[in-house]
Design a protein around this ligand. Structure first.
Ligand code: AMP
Ligand code: MN
Ligand code: MN
Ligand code: MN
Length: 282
């Protein structure tokens, strides 16, 4: 009997081009060492790490997929839409991502002002030291600075007490819309996937509304396996993928060896009856 090897596929990872800790090339090298067969780098709102990761991935003989994780607002919350296997030269996609990035610096100044009111000054400058790509300044960089100055013991505990709705340092922000993000990805010939759906604090009805809206716009995939999903999330989102006819995606959401409990390529494989998102890649 033929043995079909299970592919190791990680379609969600971050580098220093956004809020990861490794260079794009080092993410690809680490994926190769970990035996990954198909890798996507999906930095937040930024694609400039992709050529570096691709060059290294191809040198190591693994299949590389261009990716991005777009920050949007839906239902009053921040939601992430992953784009995969798109044309990196797409003018509309690049202009859209550029607009999101320019909003991040303004948001960071407002976050810093809120933290100052809470008695923690200097956070904008402090967080910026952690952002190799200043336009990608985000909450992870603030979290690393708050750990550095001893406000919290690790990044995880920062997100329990700061930077989230209702806690100091959180500000609302005008991200892109769901329709814009899906439109940019599809317009660039890519596949759109809802990132880590288990992370959003939506009711079951709100989640269904999100999936309905996403599908209505042409969204095709959903992350069933994610570094931030529990076993219950895996069951819940596998069921929804079957019901909606979504392709299934999987990824670690790796940010760095010191911060992520799931290494690049360390995510579980997809349930065998789901249709993997990579069957739709070019
Ligand atoms: P931003 O795009 O600036 O809103 O930052 C979002 C990023 O913050 C996510 O991509 C994660 O890297 C990080 N983050 C959000 N919530 C948590 C959490 N509970 N624990 C660790 N990191 C988190
Ligand atoms: Mn992140
Ligand atoms: Mn995310
Ligand atoms: Mn991510």
């Amino acid at each position: 009997m033929a043995v079909v090897p299970v592919l190791i596929v990680d379609l969600h990872s971050h580098s220093r081009a956004s809020d990861g800790l490794l260079s794009p090339a080092d993410v690809a090298r680490r994926a190769a060492v970990n035996g990954v067969d198909i890798l996507a780098l999906t930095d937040h709102d930024e694609t400039n790490g992709l050529p570096h990761a691709r060059a290294e991935a191809e040198r190591a003989g693994l299949r590389f997929i261009d990716g991005v994780e777009i920050s949007i607002e839906w239902g009053g919350l921040q939601v992430h839409i992953v784009g995969l296997d798109f044309d990196v030269g797409s003018a509309a996609l690049n202009a859209g991502l550029e607009a999101i990035r320019s909003g991040r610096v303004t948001r960071a100044r407002r976050m810093s002002a809120e933290l100052e009111k809470a008695g923690i000054p200097g956070c904008f400058e402090g967080a910026m030291r952690y952002a190799e790509n200043p336009n990608l300044i985000g909450r992870s960089h603030f979290a690393r600075y708050l750990v550095e100055i001893g406000v919290c013991r690790d990044v995880r505990s920062v997100f329990e007490s700061y930077l989230v709705p209702g806690k100091p340092g959180y500000v609302t922000h005008q991200w892109a819309t769901l329709a814009e993000s899906v439109g940019w990805i599809l317009g660039a010939g890519g596949v759109a996937a809802i990132a880590h759906p288990g992370r959003y604090k939506f009711s079951r009805l709100e989640m269904r509304n999100l999936l309905d809206d996403f599908k209505g716009l042409g969204g095709q995939a959903i992350e069933v396996i994610s570094g931030s999903h529990s076993q219950e999330h895996l069951i819940q989102f596998s069921r929804l993928a079957r019901e909606y006819g979504f392709l299934a995606s999987c990824g670690s959401d790796f940010h760095g060896p010191e911060e992520s409990h799931v290494d690049v390529g360390g995510n579980a494989p997809l349930p065998a009856d789901l249709t993997p998102v990579w069957t739709a890649f070019r």
